[in-house]
Ligand binder design. Structure first.
Ligand code: ZN
Length: 145
């Protein structure tokens, strides 16, 4: 019994940690802020359905991209597509629009440097506006998912 109790406790602790890390924060452009190190990154989809990744310091002031390496994959039902980026003034912008067929998952992998450990983020890509928080669904801050 003692074993089972500690096992359940461990389970609930890891579930709580997982939930906390998935809390969505809105970035300055209205996209989803990704808690990357050392600079924060924002995932934002513009009117052309292109992904803009912008970098910010701890005070959310825009900063020029450093040595980050991005790997973004769109995963619509039609098949996974690697999203290619080009550098912009404040970060990166995708060369092409995201594929049709949302909602689907977009996986964003950011490395602080080419040698650094990757940090992965799963974005549920959906451009519809949430009726409650008024953010696009991919950056919805409502608790109930
Ligand atoms: Zn919402």
């Amino acid at each position: 019994m003692k074993y089972i109790t500690s096992f359940l406790l461990a389970l609930s602790v890891s579930a709580a940690a997982l939930h906390a890390s998935e809390k969505i924060v809105i970035g300055p452009k209205g996209g989803r802020l990704l808690e990357t190190e050392p600079q924060k990154a924002e995932f934002f989809v513009n009117a052309d359905r292109k992904v803009e990744i912008s970098f910010y310091d701890a005070d959310l002031k825009p900063v020029a991209p450093g040595a980050q390496v991005l790997a973004v994959t769109a995963e619509p039902k039609a098949g996974r597509t690697k999203v290619e980026f080009e550098k912009s003034a404040t970060g990166y912008v995708s060369k092409a629009a995201l594929p049709e067929g949302e909602p689907y998952r977009v996986v964003v992998q950011v490395r602080a440097t080419p040698e650094a450990k990757p940090q992965n983020f799963r974005v549920d890509f959906n451009l519809e506006t949430c009726g409650e928080c008024k953010h696009p669904e991919y950056a919805c801050t409502c608790d109930a998912k």
